[in-house]
Design a binder for this molecule. Structure first.
Ligand code: 1GP
Length: 252
């Protein structure tokens, strides 16, 4: 529970945590070091690594490189059962609870559990809730399941509560990488009011004001990916951190 407890402590201390999603397919070898240092300096709290459609065969290598270059926690955000490795600190043990596809609810987990145990990394049981976001996202397509309609916050809240009752430690509201529209504020509010475990929000967040609104609506962790794949945006990382760290930030 070391990494989970650290996340809880960060949320308590800063009001919310900021994680950046690294996609091995998109972050080129020569830029990794500079980017990671930039993130550290800018107050990012940790990294997620993974993706629903990863073609990079050097996942292990990528992870060990990241681990050697940063002191921040590296958490696997698996898109498939091959994304398990001891070169990380933890893994989000995701169950796609918004869908009714048994493979993504429990099937893949049975296959992955023994390798996670062997790797020694910390599994963090996470309810993964896909939210309709304008277009069909990779996550929705790959999971073969329907997302929750964006105008149905009550379905998301009931799903999240059921997940918490089942013992899940995090609720992840996912609009999908590169989503047209991020998870609606009303849905985040409904879910965070029902649940006592932290709510992660990600997908389609491209400016600091939106990130801030997600925290004000009840998100405890905000994730961005795509936006910082463009080097020209790196100077804005600090602005995102400040906006998300609602307790100790000056509003930008
Ligand atoms: C993490 O999938 C997201 O939940 C990342 O989404 O790439 O759109 O920021 P973006």
């Amino acid at each position: 529970m070391k990494i989970y407890n650290h996340l809880l402590a960060t949320i308590k201390h800063k009001g919310a945590a900021y994680l950046i999603l690294l996609d091995p397919d998109k972050l080129s070898e020569d830029k990794i070091q500079v980017f990671l240092k930039h993130c550290e300096k800018s107050g990012v709290d940790g990294f997620l690594v993974g993706g629903s459609l990863m073609v990079n065969e050097n996942f292990e290598l990528f992870l060990s490189k990241i681990k050697s270059l940063t002191h921040l926690h590296v958490i696997i955000f698996p898109g498939s059962i091959t994304q398990v490795s001891s070169n990380a600190d933890a893994i989000l043990f995701l169950s796609v609870v918004s869908g009714r596809n048994p493979e993504h609810l429990i099937g893949k987990h049975v296959l992955a559990a023994p390798s996670i145990k062997k790797s020694g990394i910390e599994p963090i049981s996470t309810a993964y809730i896909l939210v309709e976001s304008g277009t069909t996202t990779t996550a929705v397509y790959m999971s073969g399941s329907l997302p929750i309609p964006r105008n149905k916050p009550e379905i998301a809240a009931a799903t999240a509560l059921a997940s918490e009752y089942l013992g899940m430690k995090l609720i992840y509201l996912e609009a999908g990488s590169g989503a047209d529209k991020p998870v609606p504020d009303e849905m985040i509010k409904a879910v965070s009011e029902q649940c006592s475990v932290p709510v992660i929000v990600g997908g389609g967040i491209r400016d600091s004001a939106t990130a801030r609104r997600k925290v004000e609506s009840g998100a405890s962790i905000v994730v961005t990916g795509n936006f910082f794949e463009d080097e020209n945006n790196w100077d804005l990382i600090k602005e995102f951190s400040n906006a998300i760290h609602i307790k100790n930030s000056i509003l930008v």
